[in-house]
Design a protein around this ligand. Sequence first.
Ligand SMILES: Nc1ncnc2c1ncn2[C@@H]1O[C@H](COP(=O)(O)OP(=O)(O)O)[C@@H](O)[C@H]1O
Ligand SMILES: [Mg+2]
Length: 263
Amino acid sequence: MSLASLESSRTEAAQAVSLSGLSKAYGPIEALAPLSLTVAAGETVAILGPSGSGKTTLLLLLSGQLGPSSGAVTLVGREIAQLSPGKELAQLVGMIHQQFDLVPNISALHNVLAGRLGEWGLFKSLVSLVWPQDRPMGMEALARVGVADRAELRAGRLSGGEQQRVAIARLLLQDPAIVLADEPVASLDQARAGEVIRLLVRIARDSGKTLISSMHSVELARAHFDRLIGLRNGIVQFDLPSSQVADDMLLALYDIKGLRRED
Ligand SMILES: Nc1ncnc2c1ncn2[C@@H]1O[C@H](COP(=O)(O)OP(=O)(O)O)[C@@H](O)[C@H]1O
Ligand SMILES: [Mg+2]
């Protein structure tokens, strides 16, 4: 192998995400205009932009839950369209939603252990509902996110902040290389939102995971993420290290004038 090809394979390995000409239209609406960019392994990226700007669409394309109208998504050197939807994809990418999506009538611990369903057979999954397998691992994850004392409570009885912590613990057991989050703290009060974002970013950094999250709060995004991408009407307005994003760029990003209708 030549040095050049070794170098290029190294560059690839250090790239968690690569998008080339990725776009998505819903009928006549171009939700996302063709977009090319790369995200390095371990980077933390926040996606900002007014409602309807294409943030969720971008995250769904990155997670393979939505097929693009054009272009391709490459995750850790592998094109997403070539991956099998089950275990292979789950090892590369996991997603946290705004509405936590836990199963409300089973315990927090069981919800966390469901993060391993991709690796378990059906039989073991069913048995786990009676006696949680890998229980110590699940407890460790709950302890890491600060809710070990809630393990046996039904998820539906937990507060919003606690539920989002359980969702993060579930992701720890899934252990994907890339963590996606869609406005993960939009439904929490400000203090809780800050705590959960700090936790999410710290966990990503500690474990070398790449984090890409759409964010409702500009302040939290600026304070905690390495890089900010501004989306407006499906078009990237800026893509910069957080420290270089100026106030006037943010004002222009959220300016109501010229914003397409969201319906
Ligand atoms: N399933 C869909 N069918 C038709 N239009 C959609 C669909 N999902 C999103 N859109 C439209 O695509 C655009 C981007 O939406 P979205 O990605 O949800 O933006 P954001 O997450 O930034 O609010 C909006 O104009 C929205 O109305
Ligand atoms: Mg959205």
